[in-house]
Design a protein. Structure first.
Length: 259
């Protein structure tokens, strides 16, 4: 595992976006051999998406031959609902780049058979050749995607009940009303994420300090899903200074020396 430490959110976003762009450019994807990218929603990736849009507008990168798979979607929300992750992705990223609509994959929260929807999602990822790079954020409790504490490290795409902490945290997107937040979601599993050739997780702010400490210094545990990255041969965590508050001084020095 690599830990990249930057001064603040903006620097984390720029480093991560530039890294992703560099990986796509190096892969030189074609229609026959596309680059497959896993993507998150929420506040964490907004700066990354903004920077990727800038790079596209500067003609430094194209998404014509990029296939995307989003991490999750709330159940019960129509894709046109402003709180759906479909809406989020198009209005914050996809509408501003040259990605082909048929290359965009997001779980259907309105699926009549959610379990079948999840099974097909895994099959579609496999048919695409697997995910080259999975980008994600991390919750204060160490959850990645909607894999809450206690999730199996071998879990696959499935229906997941959200914890009260996650519901409270996400209520900021629903006008602060926890009663409006869906109680379940469709989410890729931890194994779905760690099957990717690369995983990049971004963690910002003092609220993520405990999760970062567990991810880097703690033991691998299903109670801190992000610790699964310790078993991945090509995982990167990008964090700002304030997120490192609970790491040992020696740990911070070690990783800074490698940057």
């Amino acid at each position: 595992m690599r830990l990249i430490i930057k001064n603040d959110y903006d620097e984390c976003s720029k480093w991560t976006a530039d890294y992703i762009a560099d990986q796509i450019i190096k892969a030189n994807p074609t229609k026959e051999h596309p680059y497959v990218l896993g993507l998150p929603t929420g506040s964490t990736p907004l700066g990354i998406y903004k920077r990727l849009i800038e790079l596209y507008n500067q003609k430094k990168i194209s998404f014509q031959n990029v296939i995307t798979f989003n991490m999750d979607e709330y159940t019960g929300l129509d894709e046109k609902d402003e709180q759906s992750y479909h809406y989020f992705m198009f209005h914050n990223f996809f509408d501003y780049i040259d990605i082909k609509k048929e290359n965009i994959h997001i779980l259907n929260g309105k699926a009549e058979n959610p379990e079948e929807e999840c099974r097909k999602y895994e099959e579609t990822i496999k048919a695409a050749g697997g995910i080259d790079l999975f980008l994600g954020g991390c919750g204060n409790d160490g959850h990645i995607a909607f894999n809450e504490p206690g999730s199996s490290l071998n879990s696959r795409t499935r229906v997941m009940t959200l914890t009260q902490d996650t519901i409270i945290a996400n209520s900021r997107f629903f006008g602060g009303d926890i009663n409006k937040v869906p109680k379940t979601s469709l989410t890729v599993g931890i194994a779905t994420i760690t099957d990717a050739k690369q995983v990049v997780i971004v963690m910002n702010g003092p609220a993520k300090a405990r999760a970062l400490q567990q991810a880097v210094e703690g033991s691998v545990s299903q109670m801190w899903p992000v610790t699964a990255l310790q078993l991945h041969e090509n995982a990167i965590i990008v964090a700002d200074e304030s997120a490192t508050d609970e790491l040992k001084v020696g740990t911070v020095r070690y990783f800074k020396a490698q940057q």
